[in-house]
Design a protein around this ligand. Sequence first.
Ligand SMILES: [Zn+2]
Length: 313
Amino acid sequence: MQSASSFQVDISPPKIDGFADGTAGIPYIHLLDSGRPGPTAMISAVVHGNELCGAIVAAELLSSGFHPACGRLFVAFMNVAAFKSFDPDHPDQSRYQDEDFNRVWDTDRLDGPATTREVRRAQEVRPIVEQVDYLLDLHSTSSFSPPMMLSGLDSRAVEFARALGTDHAIICDAGHKAGRRMRDFDRFRPETGAGISLLVECGQHWQTGTVTVARDVTDRFLRLLDMRDGPTPTANPDQTVLTVTDAVTVMHSGLRFVESFNGLECIPKKGTPIALDGPNTIETPYDNCYLVMPTRHALPGQTAVRFARKAGI
Ligand SMILES: [Zn+2]
């Protein structure tokens, strides 16, 4: 774990105890039903307990008395137990309790025994997630990366991300070897489900600007679905779309990057060293290679960084 002095925490976790009962039969899951036809959407917060921006936006939405103009909107606090353990002096230590909630969404694991608290919570919220047509899953990153919209390998999600009209890069990726993310759950896979999901990395975990991004994306999401009054977002034709080609899995403890990469850097030349992993030097595999989510202090078996290229190149 990184030492506490490495982090600056500029935002505070909102109080969410008042949302504990929920209105969908499950703690901390709220259903806002317009009573009119329309899609079923979800805004998801704290899949990772120390990523505060989603919790702030979800709490604001519920506190404001928001009522969707059509369809149904679930507002969900996911890994609440981890979120409640957030300590600003050790802000990196509340990502999860037993295991990463965003790696347990393989159907086999959800159908199996609740071996961890995260699996138990995923099993609890699964019947709700299975109803969702449009998922906005709000996250943040440890590095000071520009915001990114993770669409998975789903062209429908890429188009949905474009329709939101931001200038955030869209990242097409297959996820993690360590287990399936909620955004890749069967409901949101083109071959198995009708739902469309976007995971948005809004910025660094504890920066005020990250909350601003989360608010903006949420507002666009609600307007695009006609749930909130206001102009429909206009797609940005210049939005960058990157396709992840490789995920670098850490092989040795103590992997370190040769520079303090934040993410979305474009490395012009193939073969440029970017990290040292034990005796191995990790190099870029092609020209104009983008680095996606370089993770300092990643442990063996975890993803250290992904390589990506611009779509169409
Ligand atoms: Zn996250």
